[in-house]
Write a protein that binds this ligand. Sequence first.
Ligand code: URA
Length: 428
Amino acid sequence: MSQHDAVEVIIAKREGGSLSDSQIDWVIDAYTRGEVADEQMSSLAMAILLNGMERREIARWTAAMIASGERMDFSTLSRPTADKHSTGGVGDKITLPLAPLVAACGVAVPQLSGRGLGHTGGTLDKLEAIPGWRAALSNEEMFAQLESVGAVICAAGDGLAPADKKLYALRDVTGTVEAIPLIASSIMSKKIAEGTGSLVLDVKVGTGAFMKDLAKARELAEVMVDLGKDAGVHTVALLTDMSTPLGLTAGNGIEVAESVEVLAGGGPADVVELTLALAREMLAGAGRSDVDPAEKLADGSAMDAWKAMIHAQGGDPDASLPKARESHVVTAPSSGVLTRLDAMAVGLAAWRLGAGRARKEDPVQAGAGVVWHARPGDRVVEGSPLFTLLTDEPARFDRALASLEGGYDIEADAASYEPQALVIDRVS
Ligand code: URA
């Protein structure tokens, strides 16, 4: 006889009660083993979304998800470890320059990443645009690469938080993704199980983010920071703007190219700013505030680490990136200052062009995406290029163009335009 049954746990949460430690341990374990059915877990997830969880429940839920799988241990590496997690945004390629940059500063980065779903891109999809690069590494390969190169970006193996893998897929199709306790425990179970010594969370706020308003983003950041600290991981969060997409590109190969520009000492100012801000937090968390990451971008050592990291995973860092077969240019309808560029509109356009996928099993196009030729605050001239849309399939242009409609404003008189700060706040 089981200690609990699923209906009892569902009803407890449905009635607004809090779940006991033993109910939580049981339900996560029984769900992972298939004893609790998907329909029961989806009902519980909805009750959690509607009624919330106390901090104790979230901490226990996270611990139970960690315990559902293996926990990696990098404590015997010769250098400290630090990782970054972003809650997801448009044009968010920061992991690509950040991991080799932090490695070049003497801190190892064990970054387990995912593929994109919906309008936000996935880091693995971006890197897979590089000819030969492979996402799947064994734990031994990961460890060896961390020791030799200092940075790994790879797919999380099946052994890591399997309860989350199952639950995340279920939440995706049951309208229960947005529950803060479930988002926080999902992210933190994977990051704690991954074994990093310190963690920086980039919690995105704005139209292109999961969290559209600052209060909710702050709450998510606070819950995650507490979960990390409780687990002995040095954790801080930056709340950063995602009302405007990052940089000048959203797609796969085109985001790799932009990241390489940053590693070469150039690139869009906002991408450089956020990369350096997160690098400084990661270095501080790992006890290496003495190193200035800006110097490592300028002196080429971050680029050397990037090439070594790509090469170690079978990729050719010098190969040309795949190009989309078709392009379409959208010109500025009037002259003035671009005062708004909506992250969701751009993300949807890139997704509809084939840079993202509608279902987990869909392929993505390496060359597809959107390039924007101006950022908010820039002056544009009527008739000059505003966006370049890229895809292998021209039939996709119409729907992508429709998503950009109403996604930007050009004002002749921009006297009231106020730039939005990229880093909004820090939670520690
Ligand atoms: N990313 C995750 O890994 N889990 C969530 O629940 C949301 C974003």
